[in-house]
Unconditional design. Structure first.
Length: 378
């Protein structure tokens, strides 16, 4: 089967084809197209690699760089019968790091408190809630994700850049996958290290991680569940962060598996616990936990190797503790220890942790809207 593509935009990024023949891998080097003339590309794929009905899309190396229409909208999967043997397509526009973003899908950002009291630490902290864009027009309840380091999550002008989670949530909402409440907790600035480290070690004395973890589970979560329409059960509750925020999220999940079932762990500071001797609670009935592990090969400090060893350790933990793990490991060959790369990974992690589906996003969104309308009519 020969696929020929013409792009309407000048763009130096390589072009890939992805579909139901390669598990929808958007950056599969085996399916990179060749440029045969300016902005025109092709690839020939052996018939024995293709199903009878082929579904596919074109990307510039990832879902954050996928094809869109000339208005910036999501396009449905392309479909062709293998018997056709050749197809010619045109792409009008491409996403660039998930952009463009549509304001009508932006989350509603509310400040829970400028000075939320933390009794376990005798401190106060600024905390935000990012609600689905249609939260106040709906009566639905939503799953929740707690994220650390709020200063670097969505506020413009932060010292190290930010994850742009407000923009990324708008993309997820457009794809029908943004029905999540995010609680963003500001870090303690000069006390950040103490609060994100569990025990005293070479870089922290008077560690306060245990108190901080208790605050999240015993104080903040009950408050959030009382104020917002949340699905409060553990099956719908996650926690996550990057670097030390990733490390304290691991501890949170291990010490409170009855509270969290989803861990979003980006570039965790595993070097602080090289023996992987994480404290874990044992329960009569085992808990299932989904763990999204991300790291970049350019981060240094043996990041990806430590993540790989940690994944092996998680599997070993299953034999000795009442926790069962479902793990998704994502390694970016170009990834550095920076917010920009965590920003790129954020939508992928949300999708796997909370949706875990390979259905076409546009069709999923349309089905959800149809089901909602049918429910309201009955």
């Amino acid at each position: 089967m020969r696929f020929t593509l013409k792009s309407s935009e000048e763009d130096a990024r390589p072009v890939y084809i992805t579909g139901n023949f390669n598990k929808w891998n958007p950056r599969d080097i085996n399916f990179e197209l060749k440029e045969i003339s300016p902005n025109t590309y092709f690839i020939e794929i052996n018939n024995d690699q293709l199903p009878d009905l082929i579904e596919y899309k074109f990307t510039r190396g990832g879902w954050e760089n996928v094809e869109i229409d000339r208005f910036g909208n999501i396009t449905p999967n392309r479909k062709v019968d293998k018997k056709k043997r050749e197809t010619k397509d045109i792409v009008k526009k491409w996403r660039l790091n998930w952009a463009p973003f549509k304001e009508e899908f932006y989350p509603v950002v509310e400040i829970i408190s400028e000075k939320f009291f933390i009794p376990q630490l005798n401190k106060t902290r600024k905390i935000w809630a990012l609600l689905p864009h249609n939260y106040h027009q709906s009566s639905d309840s939503y799953p929740v994700l707690y994220l650390h380091d709020a200063q670097n999550l969505f506020n413009e002008g932060s010292a190290f850049g930010n994850w742009e989670i407000d923009k990324k949530m708008s993309i997820l909402s457009e794809y029908g996958r943004g029905d999540i409440i995010i609680i963003a907790i500001e870090n303690g600035s000069e006390d950040r290290n103490k609060e994100y480290v569990l025990d005293n070690n070479s870089i922290v004395q008077n560690a306060e991680g245990k108190k901080y973890i208790r605050f999240l589970a015993d104080t903040l979560k009950p408050y959030v569940d009382s104020v917002y329409r949340t699905k409060s059960e553990r099956e719908y509750t996650g926690i996550g962060g990057s670097s030390l925020g990733g490390l304290i999220s691991i501890y949170s999940g291990f010490l409170y598996p009855e509270v969290y079932s989803k861990l979003m762990i980006f570039s965790p500071s595993l070097w602080l616990n090289p023996d992987y001797n994480f404290p874990q609670m044992n329960f009569k009935n085992p808990y299932d936990i989904k763990v999204y592990l991300y790291g970049g090969e350019q981060e240094g400090s043996e990041m990806t190797e430590r993540i790989h060893l940690f994944e092996q350790q998680l599997e070993a933990f299953e034999n000795t503790h009442s926790i069962q793990f479902k793990i998704r490991r994502s390694i970016n060959p170009d990834g550095q220890h920076q917010e920009f790369y965590w920003s790129q990974e954020f939508p992928r992690a949300i999708e796997w942790l909370y949706y875990d589906t390979e259905d076409d996003p546009k069709e999923l969104s349309q089905r959800a809207e149809i089901n909602k309308n049918e429910t309201s009519e009955t």
